[in-house]
Ligand binder design. Structure first.
Ligand code: GTP
Ligand code: MG
Length: 383
């Protein structure tokens, strides 16, 4: 069995060296226990090749509902014309509550202004005014809230987390509440309090199982298009991708692995050069990393070292994440020799692929799945 596996491995390496796709049949026959990626033939949403946009930052003004007013009222019955105060309290204003919804994947649907419902005024016969309904706003998991001056307020990381963005005002007391043994006919009542009004900034930290990092034009978006149904825009121009995209890779055991395409980094990204380090924060939420290198460039190994340096400068904890090297554009001239250099220098798994031609993608996705399974099993042990 071990001999057979070794032979299969050698043949697979031969295929990779030749820049050919390993026939799926062969992978299946000899490695039946490996979960294989499934490439759906279902046409993507629209026929038109429109880019998909993903909103990961949003400003929102929230106001809680005003409390209802208390009323001044006196009861008068047939037998007792002065039966005492009976003015009811106003109802409380509703809150604006942000709640995690696992089906929401971006902040695109969060409104710019949200106002909760006001409480109703009290009424005679000690009737309490109806409280305003709370207004719920669905946000994706991993949403971080900042105040208007940039102070972090909270982060909704768990599936059932919620955050009260603005409290509703309390209802005012009616005159019944002011009656005492010596002050039997109070003609005073309170107005309902105004609800809170807050300016919030919402930021979504992408939570993906694998994050692709690389310099502009390395082919990250092309790779995401090849492995998932996501449709980030690709072009020869640098910095085509300006916000992160997430795609789901399907496996034949029905498991799904999310992969994020992070906008291109440049030297000095950690000092906010290029598109800045705002994207590096997304990487913090990815459990494993794929360093996507352009094999047709002059020195892809240097690209890899520069990327590692940027990530280390941003947060040295990123160095401990499981990772792999993805050498893209193996179809181009000089790519093969560059890939051999990487293989010789690197002590982490390296894959030669062509995102546009589909070469080597199956082997890469099998490895991604292995990293994902290892990460999952280590998480379940820790729990
Ligand atoms: N020959 C060849 N070209 C590729 C391959 N992958 C991507 N390209 C081309 O490289 C260019 C850049 O690809 P993108 O996918 O936009 O690169 P990116 O890394 O997302 O770039 P940014 O969004 O700017 O960070 C496009 O013109 C692609 O067609 C490949 O495997 N082979
Ligand atoms: Mg891109």
């Amino acid at each position: 069995m071990v001999l057979l596996q070794r032979m299969t491995y050698c043949v697979q390496r031969l295929y990779i060296q030749q820049g050919l796709n390993i026939p799926l049949k062969m992978v299946k026959r000899h490695a039946s226990k490996i979960a294989l990626p499934v490439f759906t033939t279902k046409p993507k949403g629209l026929d038109v090749e429109e880019p998909s946009y993903f909103v990961d930052w949003h400003a929102c003004v929230v106001s809680g509902g005003k409390g209802g007013d208390g009323v001044v009222s006196f009861a008068s019955t047939r037998h007792n014309q002065f039966a005492g105060p009976d003015g009811g309290n106003g109802g409380s204003g509703g809150h604006v509550i942000f709640q995690v919804n696992e089906n929401v994947k971006s902040l695109a649907k969060v409104p710019g202004q949200v106002a909760a419902v006001d409480g109703r005024n009290g009424a005679k016969r000690n009737s309490q005014g109806k409280s305003g309904q709370h207004t719920f706003v669905s946000v994706p998991q991993g949403t971080v809230f900042y105040s208007g001056d940039g102070e972090q307020l909270t982060c909704l990381d768990e599936p059932n987390d919620y955050y009260v963005g603005a409290h509703g005002g309390k209802g005012g007391r009616g005159n019944t509440a002011f009656a005492t043994s010596t002050f039997v006919a109070p003609r005073i009542a309170e107005k309902g309090a105004m609800g809170e009004k807050n300016s919030l900034q919402l930021e979504m930290r992408i939570m993906a199982d694998a994050g692709m990092v690389g310099f502009p034009n390395a082919g990250k978006s092309s790779l995401l298009r090849a492995i998932s149904r996501a449709r980030p825009l690709t072009s020869e121009q640098a910095f085509t991708t300006r916000s992160a995209h997430v795609g789901m890779v399907q496996y034949d055991d029905h498991e799904q692995v999310s992969v994020a395409d992070i906008p291109g980094l440049v030297k000095g990204s950690h000092e906010s050069k290029g598109l800045g380090f705002s994207f590096l924060r997304h990487i913090m939420k990815c459990t494993c990393l794929l360093y996507v290198l352009d094999l047709s460039s002059d020195d892809p190994w240097q690209q890899y070292e520069d990327l590692r340096h940027e990530l280390q400068q941003y947060n040295s904890e990123l160095m401990t994440r499981p990772h792999a090297i993805v050498g893209n554009k193996i179809d181009l001239l000089s790519s093969k020799s560059n890939f051999q250099i990487i293989q010789a220098k690197s002590d982490v798994p390296a894959f030669a692929i062509s995102a546009t031609e589909g070469t080597g993608i199956v082997e890469l996705l099998i490895h991604v799945r292995k990293m994902y399974d290892t990460m999952k099993s280590s998480q379940s042990v820790n729990v």
